[in-house]
Structure formats: C-alpha cells, structure tokens
Write a protein that binds this ligand. Structure first.
Ligand code: C5P
Length: 239
C-alpha cells in the first residue's frame, strides 16, 4: 500500500526564543528537522517525504537535504498557520499546478511534526494500520498537567478530570482522500485557528479517528530546554 509522509516545518518557533526557528537548531551537529526526516527515510515502506517550510527557509532546507544526504524528500512552501502548511504539503499529491512533478497519490498519508525527532517505526506502523481500518488515527499520551478554563475575571471557571483526557501528539495518519477532502471542505476559520487534523477528518468527513498510545519520546520540542533534552537523548542513544 503506498504510504507517504508530510512533515510540517514552517513555523517560526516563537516560544523557543532566538532567531533560528527550532526545527533548524543544531542538535549534536544536525538540525532538528533532519532527525525527523531521517526517521521517515529509514522506513522502506514510506515512499515520499514532503517537508513544508516557510518561503524564507526553502534554501536552508535544500542545503540541509544536500548536506545530510536525504533522499525521497520534496520541499514545499508553507502557509501562515500549521493547517495551511499541511494543506500545501498534501496538494503536492493532488494538484498538478502545485508541484512541478506531481507525486504519486498515497493511499495513506502520515502527518508528523518536524520538531518531534524520535518517532519510531512501531508507532508509525500502528497509526498507518489504524488509519487503513478507521480512516484516521493519531498518537496520544496521558496528560501531564490538569487542564483548566479561566472565567472572564481570570479566576478558575472549571477543570477537566485529568484521567479522562489525553494529549493529542504526532504522528497521525489518514486515508489520503479523507484528509484531503477535509482540508478542501474546511473554513478559513479552521485553517487559521484550528490545529487538530483528526478533528477536521471527523467534522468534515465523519471519520472517527482511532487513538493509539504513544511513547514519551514523541514529545514536541517547544522550549529551549527541550533542545537540551533532545541532545541528551541522542547522546544516550549513541553511547
Ligand atoms: O506551533 P506548533 O508547535 O504547533 O508547530 C508544530 C509544527 O507545525 C512545527 O513543526 C512547525 O514548524 C509546524 N508549522 C508549520 N507552519 C506554520 C506553523 C507551524 O509547518 N505556519
């Protein structure tokens, strides 16, 4: 079954601080994005790897591909939000005018953040298998913190029962036709303010997503201290 991957890497990394977006920060001599690309590339059953970057980073990304010898990678220009970037990545498989060489449309597409460097084959194959069966699937983790909502006066309005909720992580996988249809149907409000792909599949295609327990190493590098954590995991794996 043809499976391909879209890696959104078009963010500005504001929460990390500093001039370089986190996906391009070097960790043990290799930009963060290169770890996620390598993780996909090592898996023989993944055909094409689409990396979506903001227009000003296209050349940087092409240099990384060259320097680290990445194969099967196509660089695509992103949008102003994560959803818009992912939609641009998907278009490469579906719309001729968006790609100089239209790539083969996969049956299943994996979506994985470029800033989650330690994704493994086990979870990727679990979400792909579940997507084949259900139409959509995504990795989840137990919540570390309790989620609260504040009232207009800034005081606690209510809190959620922590054990009943999960954090939605990546990777996620979809039947290509389901997620592409969802992106085509969804509103500008969804594209600008939403972040959850599984939700679009449910809302616009009535596709129930299977939730798959992931490992702690799927966490998203967000703050500067996460770069140090990533570095020590890589060092541990080397020794
Ligand atoms: O901002 P957040 O941490 O949710 O970003 C998750 C992923 O989405 C990152 O890999 C980031 O580079 C990507 N992204 C994108 N285009 C945007 C914003 C974020 O590809 N406009």
């Amino acid at each position: 079954v043809p499976v391909s991957a879209v890696l959104p890497a078009g963010g500005s990394g504001e929460r990390l601080g500093g001039a370089t977006p986190k996906q391009f920060c070097a960790v043990q001599g290799r930009p963060l994005v290169s770890y996620a690309v390598r993780a996909m590339e090592r898996i023989s059953w993944i055909s094409d790897i689409i990396v979506v970057v903001s227009p000003e980073n296209i050349e940087t990304m092409k240099t990384i591909i060259e320097k680290f010898g990445h194969k099967r990678v196509t660089v695509v220009e992103g949008g102003i939000t994560r959803h818009r970037s992912i939609f641009n990545g998907l278009k490469v498989f579906a719309e001729k005018e968006f790609s100089s060489h239209l790539l083969q449309k996969p049956e299943v597409v994996i979506i994985h953040d470029a800033v989650r460097p330690f994704v493994e084959e086990d979870i990727l194959s679990k979400v792909v298998m579940a997507a084949k069966e259900h139409g959509a699937a995504g990795a989840i983790r137990p919540l570390v913190s309790t989620v609260v909502a504040s009232a207009a006066d800034g005081c606690l309005d209510h809190s959620l029962e922590r054990a009943r909720y999960r954090a939605s992580e990546m990777p996620q996988a979809f039947l290509f036709d389901v997620i592409y249809e969802a992106y085509q149907q969804c509103t500008d409000y969804d594209l600008d303010y939403g972040t959850e792909c599984l939700h679009l599949a449910l809302k616009y295609c009535k596709t129930n997503a299977k939730l798959v327990e992931g490992t702690a190493d799927l966490w998203k590098v967000t703050y500067k201290r996460d770069l140090y954590a990533a570095e020590s995991i890589i060092k541990d794996n080397l020794s």
